[in-house]
Design a protein. Structure first.
Length: 581
């Protein structure tokens, strides 16, 4: 039964983060964790953490840490997300930290407090983008004007739609049915597939025009015939009851309790072993988080290695984006299409504490690597599957389980942008990141339960359930020009959500010709960003410079305690987002 979350022990002078606290409390109240023990570990969640900047709210964090820059790439300029995304990430980090600390206490470590922040959550969510921006070999740069755009299409009857496929043949056939010649359709394949890494999708105009000539029914028919997933976007966030964030099912057979291994180092998971068979972002990020907490992680990759290793930009001979989520993991190559390969994975799992995958539904069962297959050889194993949609579609065939369709089907895509803009997913991988973090949380909660019961467990999470962690309004927000990044003489700055409404006060401070939002916003072009920060600071109006260069962030003294700068032969990375004490 649900139990109250551990107390929030706020440090003197720091603002609370209600959204993050609610997310952490919801997660810690979901699985049957030991209620008495939860009170033994306090959690602190603040806005800035180790980032040496005044960050009073979600919008300031998004501006300073680069979320606005990456989310805005498809638009050609930084833009905020209209939801408290970074605070949601921080809430999951806090819940992870509490579970990790409780597990560490059972292993002999004296930990009674975990600290994290919204800024650290924001930076962690940009791990792969930060790596790409600081890679020594052809670092990623801002796209030119003709290389921008999102992937959302609009039908002839005005319905915005999102399509998804991982199959180039299905992509070609879908467009052929819309009258697009294969060579032209082929030019859209690479930007479409790489949009999760670049946050832009510069499709050829002819493809958008071909979709715009067909009504929704015809586009749906073409998608169904070719195996492409298609989802129409609604104008408002969808109502409904959020699914359980994570499902933990104990192994069915009671077993003798297994002693909790003592800590093998100062990190909470030191001495524990994770075997992961994952790809793209969601699964590797879950393993990355467990490694940051001290676990040994072994990746199972196909012969020749994961194809994502070759995705530019490179660090040496490996993708910077791949390294961002997989550096420090051991690798074992196995062909899962052969019995020898599957046997090798079972042998690895037999000696592990956790087996983690993000395969499509049913693949673990077909390979003989489902929880029920592995428990006979590893009865104490925590078996974690991170899917796209879980059982949200029941017996029906679910859509392809990727980030952008999860944003659409959960209604998150409709909450990300203000009205009256048409709804569209962010090409920043929002649910991939949250899904990976949620899976890692489920693993930690299951390991903690195992410490008390000795029983393994099956952990189920999904991109869809992760998307529902983000609070969204009943109706979409309506912004004025003061809610968007304001153009100064030499850059951009952002007001907090509350101060963007103080038009009369802002008109006085800026000496604007009128009190309308447009008149005040236009006035900001008169001075530099620093001059406005000084002037607004004197008037006690918080403002934040908008980060437009992720590479420069890695060398900014304000981020020295939160980001490890790029070495000569490597790339920058966010530092571990928890402090245990």
């Amino acid at each position: 039964m649900p139990f109250p979350p551990p107390p929030i022990r706020q440090r003197a002078g720091e603002a609370t983060v209600p959204v993050a606290e609610r997310v952490a409390g919801r997660l810690l109240g979901a699985p049957a964790l030991p209620a008495a023990a939860l009170g033994a570990v306090a959690r602190d969640i603040d806005w800035a953490g180790p980032v040496a900047l005044p960050l009073p709210d979600e919008r300031a964090v998004q501006a300073a840490c680069g979320i606005m820059q990456v989310h805005g790439r498809a638009h050609g300029r930084p833009r905020p997300l209209a939801v408290d995304y970074a605070a949601t990430v921080a809430g999951v980090l806090a819940a992870q930290g509490v579970c990790a600390a409780l597990l560490a206490r059972r292993r002999g470590l004296a930990i009674d407090r975990v600290t994290t922040s919204v800024a650290e959550g924001a930076l962690l969510s940009l791990t792969q983008y930060l790596a790409a921006a600081t890679a020594p070999d052809e670092p990623a740069v801002e796209p030119a004007a003709d290389l921008r755009g999102g992937a959302t299409l609009v039908s002839a009857d005005g319905v915005p739609i999102e399509i998804e496929t991982l199959d180039p043949v299905a992509w070609r056939e879908f467009w052929r049915r819309l009258g697009v010649r294969p060579p032209l359709a082929g030019r859209g394949w690479a930007p479409f597939q790489q949009r999760f890494a670049t946050a832009v999708c510069p499709l050829p105009a002819a493809l958008r025009e071909a979709a715009a000539r067909r009504p929704l029914a015809a586009l749906t028919e073409a998608a169904t015939a070719t195996g492409v997933s298609l989802a129409a976007l609604t104008a408002e966030p969808r109502p409904g009851h959020p699914p359980a964030p994570v499902r933990i099912t104990p192994a069915p057979t009671p077993l003798p309790s297994k002693p909790v291994p003592p800590a093998a180092g100062p990190a909470p998971l030191a001495g524990l072993r994770v075997v992961e068979a994952t790809r793209r972002v969601q699964g590797p990020l879950a393993g990355h988080v467990l490694r940051l907490l001290g676990a040994e992680v072994v990746r199972i990759e196909p012969p020749g290695g994961d194809p994502m290793r070759g995705l530019p930009p490179l660090v040496g001979e490996c993708s910077a984006r791949f390294l961002a989520l997989n550096e420090g993991k051991a690798v074992h190559e196995a062909d899962l299409g052969t019995e020898a390969g599957r046997r090798a994975v079972r042998e690895h799992a037999a000696g592990a504490d956790v087996f983690l995958h993000n395969w499509a539904p049913g693949r673990a069962e077909r390979l003989g690597l489902a929880a029920a297959d592995l428990w006979p050889v590893a009865p104490h194993l925590v078996h974690a599957g991170a899917s796209g949609f879980g059982d949200a579609f029941g017996a029906a065939r679910p859509p392809i389980g990727t980030d952008y369709l999860a944003q659409v089907h959960s209604g998150l895509a409709a909450a990300l942008r203000p009205a009256p803009e048409p709804p569209a997913p962010s090409l920043l991988t929002l649910t991939d990141v949250l899904g990976g973090l949620l899976c890692a949380y489920g693993v930690l909660a299951a390991l903690l339960r195992r410490a008390d019961t000795g029983r393994g467990a099956r952990v189920e999470s999904s991109l869809y359930s992760a998307a529902w962690l983000v609070e969204r309004p009943a109706a979409r927000a309506r912004w004025t020009p003061l809610d968007l990044p304001l153009t100064t003489a030499d850059g951009l700055l952002c007001l907090t959500g509350a101060d963007a409404r103080r038009t009369a006060e802002l008109a006085r401070v800026t000496a604007a010709s009128g009190t309308t939002p447009d008149a005040v916003a236009a006035r900001f072009r008169a001075l530099t960003t620093k001059e406005w920060l000084d002037r607004l600071g004197e008037a006690r109006i918080p403002a934040t410079e908008v980060r437009t260069d992720l590479a420069a962030l890695a060398h900014d003294p304000a981020f020295r305690a939160a980001v490890a700068p790029a070495p000569p032969d490597g790339c920058a990375r966010p530092l571990t987002p928890w402090t245990f004490s």
